[in-house]
Design a protein around this ligand. Structure first.
Ligand code: OOG
Ligand code: MG
Length: 264
């Protein structure tokens, strides 16, 4: 790990990100104050945030990979993937209503989610190992919400902000991964009845299981592994779409059914 921040700075930044996440206000990106900050510094803040949430009773449900498709990297101007943690308090049931007052400037993404049945560990985890350890896959919508002003950030800052994680919804029809061709699996994203994005899951690193393998290898770098029973989101297939109060979003996945969510 290439850590340049002092432990005092990590604590300060953890508190700053926690305040912005829990009270929904935007802050300048962290590299304005710490220009030398590295991606590993970002992970040090992210893991300290996770520890804080766990001390408050939040349960770790799994992890998500982010910036795993060209569409997402181009949209955000960051050319490397990142990961973030997912807790029970961030989960929302299918068809439920998400309050935008609790969020800064939410966007939605359609992602293939994996539920694992065996432990996975890096540093050399492969997509084949991920497929073998997968119990089932299911369609999901991630609601991301950068806490940085203008939704603009760089890699160290976005990692510290838990890779913009805020809410996630899963549902549709869970399927065995081996029964599907996860590369050619299509998705259409509709907002208020209009198609706003579409793509195939191969947009995510050629195969979404590659993104999960990469996530496991980053976890190893952080001294962690992925236990059996984890819920993992593999990253937005298309660009993310901004949503406001009153919007209704539905992600229609080939083979996996659809997932929908409303905003108020
Ligand atoms: C970072 C999170 C990206 C994804 O699926 O690519 C992400 C961001 O774009 O704010 O969750
Ligand atoms: Mg995402």
């Amino acid at each position: 790990m290439n850590i340049t921040l002092s432990s005092e700075a990590i604590t300060r930044l953890t508190e700053r990100v926690e305040g912005a996440q829990t009270r929904a206000y935007s802050i300048p990106k962290l590299t304005n104050e710490y220009p030398e900050m590295t991606a590993d510094d970002g992970y040090a803040v992210q893991l300290s945030l996770l520890k804080r949430f766990q001390e408050q009773g939040h349960k770790l449900i799994g992890w998500k990979a982010g910036l795993t498709s060209k569409a997402k990297m181009q949209q955000m101007g960051v050319n490397q993937p990142s990961i973030g943690f997912l807790t029970d308090l961030m989960f929302r049931p299918e068809n439920s209503v998400i309050t935008t007052e609790d969020l800064v400037h939410p966007k939605v993404e359609c992602e293939v989610a994996f539920v694992t049945k065996d432990d996975l560990t890096g540093p050399d985890c492969t997509a084949a190992q991920v497929m073998a350890a997968t119990d089932y896959v299911l369609p999901s919508i991630e609601i991301i919400d950068s806490r940085f002003a203008g939704f603009k950030f760089d890699l160290p800052s976005v990692i510290a902000d838990n890779s913009s994680s805020s809410r996630y919804v899963a549902g549709g029809r869970p399927r065995l991964a081996e029964d599907l061709d996860l590369r050619t699996l299509g998705v259409v994203l509709e907002k208020n009845g209009e198609i706003v994005e579409m793509g195939a899951a191969a947009e995510v690193m050629g195969h979404p299981a590659e993104a999960v393998a990469m996530l496991v290898n980053i976890l190893h770098h952080l001294g962690e592994s992925l236990p059996a029973g984890s819920f993992v989101m593999s990253g937005g297939i298309t660009a993310a779409v901004a949503v406001n109060a009153g919007d209704h979003v539905i992600a229609r996945f080939q083979e996996l059914g659809s997932v929908s969510i409303r905003f108020e």
